[in-house]
Design a protein around this ligand. Structure first.
Ligand SMILES: NC(=O)c1ccc[n+]([C@@H]2O[C@H](COP(=O)([O-])OP(=O)(O)OC[C@H]3O[C@@H](n4cnc5c(N)ncnc54)[C@H](OP(=O)(O)O)[C@@H]3O)[C@@H](O)[C@H]2O)c1
Length: 265
């Protein structure tokens, strides 16, 4: 099995390592600039760790760049020339394009990925973009890593800003909706814990139903009887123009992703 090396051992790297270990994929090396962080990862998951990014480049066949976008250029400057044609590089940094990665790295085997936070519980949504020029064991190793934290999709890079809005920022939007439902529940007299349980289980159940093939429109119709309670609530959303609000929020997230990607930060 190809060795997977992480450069940057933060939250997202840890989610991926956790997923991989749970599937018996334990041929892993991680570098970070924090010794405390590395100790945590080696004690919790038994992975090999190092303070040297170059050691990861030498040891791994699949190199996952898991630093923040603003830290990426330092890493690319450090490792760029040392990454040989035989290595696969997978960046999970928001907004860092394939063209930017290619300008610093010699290998053609470069993958850009947008994962999301539910990866922490193995329910992530990862979207990959890559040069169509490669489809070898490096690519299948990358896919295996992403499948260990959830679902994987491949899309042309031109969709990455929309993907960032929907699935990258999406958990934040859904969480906001949950917060407002919980607050509304407590205003109606429920205690915090009960309101939280009602909302979380409703989100989970709704997601499972949608995942089973019921379309969102069909599910909405199933719970809406004429003159009933859901109809009363939906009518308020319609009057307050929830659809336009959601559309504007998603477009703002998409536009911000475009700005970050073109360096207008
Ligand atoms: N978290 C998410 O939900 C999410 C979702 C989608 C995509 N992503 C992407 O995932 C990437 C990582 O995010 P994260 O939340 O895991 O960030 P994070 O927790 O800050 O992890 C990055 C780690 O890399 C370390 N680091 C920084 N510069 C380094 C260097 N030159 N060499 C080695 N290690 C270095 C950082 O150390 P310091 O703490 O000392 O800086 C930190 O421990 C980001 O690019 C982000 O866009 C994250």
């Amino acid at each position: 099995m190809i060795k997977t090396g992480f450069i940057g051992g933060g939250n997202m790297a840890e989610a991926m390592i956790k997923g991989m270990i749970s599937r018996g994929m334990n041929n892993i090396i991680v570098s970070d600039r924090s010794e405390a962080r590395l100790n945590h990862l080696s004690n919790t998951y038994g992975v090999e760790t190092t303070l040297s990014n170059m050691k990861v480049v030498e040891a791994a066949g699949l190199i996952v760049l898991a630093v923040k976008p603003q830290q990426m250029d330092d890493v690319l400057r450090e490792i760029g020339d040392a990454v040989g044609e035989d290595k696969t590089v997978m960046s999970i940094a928001a907004g860092i394009t394939l063209a930017h990665l290619s300008s610093a790295i010699k290998s053609n085997r470069i993958i850009r990925v947008m994962p999301n936070t539910p990866a922490l519980v193995g329910e992530g949504m990862s979207v990959m973009s890559l040069c169509e020029c490669f489809s070898d064991e490096g690519l299948s190793a990358a896919r295996d890593v992403l499948m260990s934290i959830g679902t994987v999709m491949t899309l042309p890079e031109k969709h990455m800003d929309a993907v960032t809005a929907l699935s990258g920022s999406g958990p934040g939007f859904i969480a906001l909706f949950a917060e407002h439902m919980i607050n509304a529940g407590t205003k109606m007299g429920l205690n915090d814990n009960d309101a939280l349980t009602l909302v979380v289980q409703t989100l989970l159940g709704t997601a499972r139903l949608l995942d089973s093939g019921t379309t969102p429109a069909r599910l909405r119709e199933m719970v809406t009887s004429p003159g009933g309670t859901t109809a009363a609530g939906l009518e308020v959303f319609r009057r307050k123009n929830l659809q336009d609000t959601i559309s504007a929020a998603l477009e703002a997230a998409r536009n911000r992703s475009q700005e970050l990607g073109t360096g207008r930060q």
